[in-house]
Design a protein around this ligand. Sequence first.
Ligand code: SME
Length: 159
Amino acid sequence: MYDFRITAADKATLYRDLVSAAEGLMAGEPDAIANMANVAALIWESLPDLNWAGFYRNVDGELVLGPFQGRPACIRIPFGQGVCGAAAESLQVQRVADVNAFPGHIACDSASASELVVPIVRDGKLIAVLDLDSPAPGRFTEEDEAGCVALCGLLAKLL
Ligand code: SME
């Protein structure tokens, strides 16, 4: 049994502990789906105010639903569509304070108000995106972005 309980006073520490726990969970395991599943569960357990946390994988130039926590979600997202598709196409982080103001946002869960999508890129090629949704508007700060970018840097090496 794994019991990672991450409680930190500040976000920088929280994400440092999260990245370190993710590294521990993935150590020695080469299966990307299994690793994404455990990291989605770790994020879900560790970060407050989320209603969805998980991955979309790049499968032949299309985003396909990967391991996640939260409500069932749309399965396939073309590059360029919605927040995830924008991240996949541009290889840039999308930090959206109000998803309803984002052109083409795909509402998988009407409870979602803000979203953070981080591309996972190795050797210039998109492997997957990490997608976090929150029911709170403006939930994701620059510190959340920096922490998730660090986590995705690790994932890019280990997935
Ligand atoms: N809202 C996302 C779709 C994925 S769900 O949030 C899980 C988007 O616009 O790309």
